[in-house]
Design a protein around this ligand. Structure first.
Ligand code: NAP
Length: 470
């Protein structure tokens, strides 16, 4: 393929918006392109990189977080730059990008929650699980929140891995949590928690739960909580029984075995209990000053367009609970000047190439990760996803399908941000914050104590700069 840009003298300049896994995988593929020289500038609205690896992955899953080692290698590349604390659409606009880059990749993930759309959803003590997750992970936008952990009975609505994360963090003992990098204020609040029972409620049956088996099984080995399933919950309707028999989904079969193990196990009278319930859809959160109960409709599995759907029956159940986490999926948020599909919460695209409302390709614009395909998949799913987008981007470059930047010089962006008074954070700055957090943790025998406000992070950097110039 013959490139007109993409030479050492005239590199392809790509801006990536966001710095989570899909952003870093896209950067890695761009920087390792064999037939073009690409420069990557990554913009992140927080001073810290890594998106959901820092702000979403559960603190008691440190192994998953080691994926950042690969991202760190990418960040060391001479043609890579990180600009943290820069908000797209405010500090840096769509038109700035078109002036300085040949292409942009949106990697902004899914920053908000889906809604149930039922009465009482916004009562006090009803929260999006996404907020709780961001809070216990020390995300600066959520650090100010508080959760009423004086309640004894909590419901987590949804049968995905986020529901499992939330239930597990609620069930962990203070000693278990202390060994993690959970935000220090969350550790303190959870250590005082009164929560005794955590109900995980699915609208479909045990054969349709979306948990991955490893995460589900882990619930059975918590120091301070038993798992309970009434064996009657595991009775299968004919559709579900046939689905499991077919072996179509190994995860579903394995999950069902784990549910059976849970149903057989004798409770060890641990201080907390996680109870799994199925085939129940919330129809109303009841209460006056806060959630006091959830009215649920009993579902049965029925086939709709070859899909095992939850179909409501005439039967209802009211479950008293004092706190609810709605864990029914993440949802993407629109970006200024970028097409958006409200219904699916994604940037409309064909295999990563952004399209407008007429289905036409938007020259120079691409998407990766959850903002491209919706909030599904684990961290590793972003690798092939990013590869696909980058392949199309590089192919389009060869056919001049890119922005024609008036000023593609490397210096233009730092100059522009400085002129606008934006205190951007470089990758070296982040490494300094990283070291500082680890030192703070080491002083009290924890892996890390996160800085949880942007001001705190910028001040820490300022002090370090002043010390360095003394
Ligand atoms: P998810 O896996 O899509 O699960 C969402 C759950 O909410 C499903 O059980 C879904 O039921 C239910 N739901 C949706 N709408 C509902 C409604 N109106 N009423 C009641 N229930 C409703 O989403 P997630 O848990 O947020 O996870 C997002 C992605 O991140 C997933 O791919 C997950 O595997 C991944 N993740 C991975 C890990 C890990 O690997 N450790 C940790 C966290 C997250 P239906 O199935 O009936 O739609």
């Amino acid at each position: 393929m013959q490139y007109f840009t993409g030479t050492p003298d005239n590199p392809i300049r790509v801006a990536i918006i966001g710095s989570g896994p899909s952003a870093f995988y896209a950067a890695e593929f761009l920087l390792s392109a064999s037939n073009a020289v690409v420069e990557v500038d990554m913009f992140e609205r927080l001073p810290t990189p890594f998106g959901l690896v820092r702000g979403g992955v559960a603190p008691d899953h440190p192994k998953i977080k080691t994926v950042t080692r690969a991202f760190e290698r990418t960040a060391q590349h001479e043609r890579f730059r990180f600009f943290g604390n820069v908000t797209f659409g405010r500090d840096l606009t769509h038109s700035d990008i078109a002036t300085h880059y040949h292409a942009v990749i949106y990697a902004t993930g899914a920053q908000t929650d889906r809604r149930l759309g039922i009465p009482g959803e916004d009562l006090p003590n009803s929260h999006a699980a996404t907020e709780f997750v961001a809070w216990y992970n020390g995300h600066p936008d959520y650090a100010h929140l508080s959760f009423d952990l004086s309640q004894e009975r909590v419901a987590v609505i949804g049968n995905g891995n986020v529901a499992v994360d939330v239930a597990r963090i609620l069930a962990r003992t203070p000693d278990e949590l202390r060994q993690t990098d959970i935000a220090d204020y969350a550790l303190e609040a959870l250590a005082q928690s009164n929560v005794r029972e955590i109900l995980i409620v699915g609208r479909r049956g045990p054969a349709q739960a979306k948990f991955t088996s490893l995460e589900l099984k882990e619930l059975g080995s918590l120091a301070g909580a038993d798992v309970f399933i009434d064996p009657r919950e595991l009775e299968l309707d004919p559709l579900s029984a046939e689905y499991l028999r077919s072996g179509e989904s190994r995860t579903a079969v394995r999950n069902y075995e784990i549910f059976q193990e849970f149903a057989r196990s004798r409770p060890l009278a641990k201080p907390r209990r996680i109870t799994l319930r199925f085939l129940l859809s919330p129809v109303e959160f009841m209460g006056t000053d806060r959630v006091e109960a959830i009215r649920m409709v009993k579902n049965e599995i029925c086939e709709r367009e070859h899909f095992m759907s939850p179909c409501p029956t005439e039967e209802y159940e009211t479950i008293p609970v004092g706190l609810v986490f709605r864990s029914i999926g993440y949802q993407g948020v629109s970006l200024p000047g970028v097409p958006f599909d409200d219904r699916h919460g994604v940037i409309p695209n064909k295999r990563g190439r952004v399209i407008n409302e007429h289905g036409e390709r938007m020259r120079g614009e691409y998407a990766v990760g959850w903002i491209k395909r919706g909030a599904v998949g684990i961290i590793g799913s972003n690798k092939p996803d990013a590869q696909e987008t980058v392949e199309y981007l590089l192919r389009d470059m060869a056919f001049h399908q890119h922005f024609c930047p008036a000023n593609p010089s490397r210096e233009a962006i730092p100059d522009l941000l400085q002129q606008r008074g934006i205190r951007y954070v470089t990758y070296e700055d982040w490494q300094l914050l990283d070291r500082l957090e680890i030192e703070r943790g080491a002083a009290v025998g924890r892996p890390r104590i996160k800085l949880t406000s942007v001001a705190e992070m910028l001040n820490a950097l300022e002090s370090a700069r002043q010390t360095a110039t003394l």
